[in-house]
Write a protein that binds this ligand. Sequence first.
Ligand SMILES: [Ca+2]
Length: 200
Amino acid sequence: MVDLRTFVTAITAASLLALGSGTAVAAPERDADTADASAVRVDDGSFEYPTVPANSYLTVSEGQPIGPWKVTRGGVDLIGAGFWQAAEGNQSVDLNATQPGTVSQTFSTKPLTKYTVTYSLAANPGGPALKTGRVLVNGQNVQSFSFDSTGKTRANMGYETRKVTFLSLGFTATLAFDSTVSGAYGPVIDDVKVCSCGLL
Ligand SMILES: [Ca+2]
């Protein structure tokens, strides 16, 4: 049975969370790597662990981990060094294995604090040109994204840096990247960083 109060609360939270759909925020830029250690909230945002054999990939299904991440829907492919260009380090994630998937990680937050997520977005060069997905926080859509892989290759993936800001209402947040395109060729994610980059 659906608890109406829970439902209404979720809708309200979603409204509060959607602070920055696809637009750059005005908060001062800070490099998460050089900021204080507490600024980096996600672990292995570069998807470097576990190490996949070079020029290969590992299909990870719902319920299975990718280092500190977890596949929470469908399946994703963890792409090894050399299979295609990574945005950072050697590895990246294709959000579609043979079906769309979701990869998520829960991290500590301070309540009523604004967090900025930056990530590198590209797409598997195969299949239909347009790849789509969403950034979810606690299951709520905080950013829909798309990437056109026309003209892109495994050697030149064309990564773009995307950014979204959300307001944490609790002591943890679950960040997820979720494919919304069918088939075996999905959006590609790498170099995920989260920081508390400014006052609300
Ligand atoms: Ca990487």
